[in-house]
Ligand binder design. Structure first.
Ligand code: ADP
Ligand code: MG
Length: 350
């Protein structure tokens, strides 16, 4: 079903991504692959479909759940969940590893004490057979332990030839920071990785996606409504899917917009809140910057002028460029424009 709101897992449910899927499958032999693109563009879906098609055993680590100042306990918690979910495929290679216990259907890992398993050890054992290790939203691994985690991945890159790592990320600049593409000190610096960037659907594909989805759902929807959905949500598959579901449930276009905006407002408020945790002033500046951009201030000078007016105070140009750089790295904006049209509207309500 095209409108199934979960990440897709089967090729026939994945709309218009044949090329990307084939590219990913053709590159699965590589040590390191990065799948990037804004939120809701279909990274997890592409990843899951490719993993299923490949028939290879895989472990899928969902890094979204990590908090900013995560520790080893959290990383090993995610890993043990991931290993447990794929236990039947990998039990043979982890059964006898020191620091790993298998209790029924769950895998427990020790990250400290006498009998602990290091990440590099674990990778070396997994390497006994061909396995894909996928880390979804891997930019969440930035932070206190990123160096050690990258060192373990770099070790596997060099020595564990049966392993392939796939990292996905919605916050593309932050994902690059984690991998350390431009950082000479990064353990992964200078190593080649294959990158697949997912783009939104073209207008025609977006329209086609909705038509097919409504047809599958047995819902008659007039062409005007379809055009209006694509106008508002652009070709971002996750928004189209959400909108499709609301329409099938009987909502009119205004209600669909309203509900989606609610989702986006919530996400963007979380972002501002996380900045407010740094300081009240920083949080406010982010909010004002976002608002100024949503009002169409699409150059440095316009934005600077808008921001000083809103703040009622002077502002160092450093401070504005830091905020802009961060927002770009989080893939919220690019060149003074929002990447997601729903975010642009949501910001007006902050
Ligand atoms: P991401 O991981 O990039 O945030 P997801 O894979 O979770 O995106 O997709 C977001 C939503 O959009 C899900 O409901 C998913 O089913 C749907 N979706 C994404 N891409 C496609 C596609 N190519 N065909 C059908 N549905 C898709
Ligand atoms: Mg995802």
């Amino acid at each position: 079903m095209l409108f199934d709101e979960r990440p897709k897992t089967r090729r026939e449910d994945l709309f218009n991504r044949d090329e990307e899927l084939n590219q990913l499958l053709a590159n699965l032999h590589r040590p390191l692959i990065v799948v990037s693109g804004v939120r809701r563009i279909g990274k997890t879906s592409l990843l899951l479909v490719a993993l299923n098609e490949s028939k290879l055993p895989f472990i899928l680590v969902d890094a979204r759940k990590l908090k900013d100042n995560y520790g080893w306990k959290d990383v090993y918690g995610l890993l043990s969940q991931a290993l447990s979910s794929s236990l039947d495929k990998i039990v043979d290679v982890i059964r006898k590893v020191r620091g790993v216990s298998i209790l029924g259907t769950s895998v427990e890992l020790s990250w400290k004490g006498k009998r602990y398993v290091s990440l590099a050890d674990l990778f070396d054992h997994l390497n006994q057979k061909r396995i894909v290790i996928a880390i979804d939203e891997a930019q969440r691994l930035r932070g206190p332990l990123s160096r050690e985690i990258r060192e373990a991945i770099a070790h596997a890159y060099d020595y564990d030839r049966n392993l392939t790592f796939i990292l996905t990320g919605s916050e593309v600049g932050l994902l690059y920071d984690f991998v350390g593409v431009e950082d000479h000190d990064s353990p992964l610096y200078g190593r080649y990785f294959y990158e697949l960037r997912l783009d939104r659907f073209s207008r025609e594909s977006g329209v086609e996606f909705l038509r097919r989805g409504f047809k599958e759902a047995g819902k008659n929807v007039d062409e005007g409504m379809i055009q209006e959905i694509v106008n508002f949500f652009d070709g971002i598959p996750g928004w189209l899917t959400l909108a499709g579901n609301y329409v099938v449930a009987g909502k009119n276009i205004e209600e669909v917009k309203e509900m989606s905006l609610g989702v986006a407002v919530n996400e963007i408020s979380n972002l501002v809140r996380s900045k407010r945790n740094v300081s009240e002033i920083v949080g406010r500046r982010y909010r004002h910057t976002l608002k100024c951009i949503s009002e169409g201030n699409n150059s440095w000078s316009k934005l600077y002028e808008c921001l000083t007016r809103r703040e009622g105070s002077t502002l160092s140009s450093n401070s504005l460029s830091n905020i802009l750089q961060q927002l770009e790295k989080m893939s919220i904006i690019h060149d003074y424009e929002f990447l997601d049209p729903v975010y642009r509207e949501a910001v007006k309500r902050l």
